[in-house]
Design a protein around this ligand. Structure first.
Ligand SMILES: CC(C)(COP(=O)(O)OP(=O)(O)OC[C@H]1O[C@@H](n2cnc3c(N)ncnc32)[C@H](O)[C@@H]1OP(=O)(O)O)[C@@H](O)C(=O)NCCC(=O)NCCS
Length: 157
């Protein structure tokens, strides 16, 4: 089966489809529901970049990037990265997550950025090894109890 992954903006035509994107029940503790992400995108419209992920016309996931956020509120450290990533159970293991990371990396590069950040909850069954496999390195920081990872966009594909 070939993949035809693409990102689309959230619109009045697909908002219900986006909200219906769910991860496996045992994974729900690792990522907020799409409806919460869309509420946050409404509140932070300048930095939130939400997209539905389609394979052809089939919804397979949802991502939300953060673009140039004031990381610790001191006005000195502005970061971009992946805020949310939800891949449907049926679509997991088929490259949707890798496509999402590459797509956000491309958007950050397009805006002149050189680093992509992500945070995850440390847990054996969590997404840490997925991000490590894609080249994310630990910054050594914690953010709200989550591990902070960074991908150097000047050296990765
Ligand atoms: C983690 C998640 C985004 C991965 O998405 P995916 O579409 O299954 O990932 P891909 O198919 O692109 O996998 C890329 C590689 O990572 C590996 N991988 C995926 N999930 C992994 C995990 N949890 N642990 C270790 N490796 C993993 C895949 O086997 C694949 O390896 P390969 O290139 O050698 O074949 C998805 O499982 C998910 O939505 N999880 C629940 C929500 C979540 O944790 N989101 C992240 C919040 S920060």
């Amino acid at each position: 089966m070939t993949n035809d992954f693409r990102l689309v903006r959230i619109t009045s035509a697909n908002i219900d489809t986006a909200i219906a994107v769910k991860v496996r029940p045992d994974q729900e503790r690792f990522v907020s529901a799409v409806v919460k992400s869309l509420a946050e995108a409404y509140v932070y419209p300048d930095v939130a970049w939400p997209r539905l992920i389609l394979d052809g016309d089939q919804p397979v996931g949802f991502l939300m990037a953060f673009l140039d956020i004031d990381w610790n509120g001191k006005g000195v450290d502005f970061r971009s990265g992946l805020w949310r990533l939800n891949v449907t159970p049926e679509a997991q293991g088929r490259g949707v997550g890798s496509f999402a990371v590459a797509s956000v990396a491309a958007e950050i590069r397009r805006r002149g950025g050189a680093k992509m950040y992500v945070t995850w909850e440390p847990a054996e069954d969590g997404p840490e090894n997925f991000y490590r496999k894609l080249g994310f390195e630990l910054t050594g920081e914690q953010s709200d109890g989550e591990t902070v990872g960074v991908l150097d966009l000047t050296i990765s594909g």
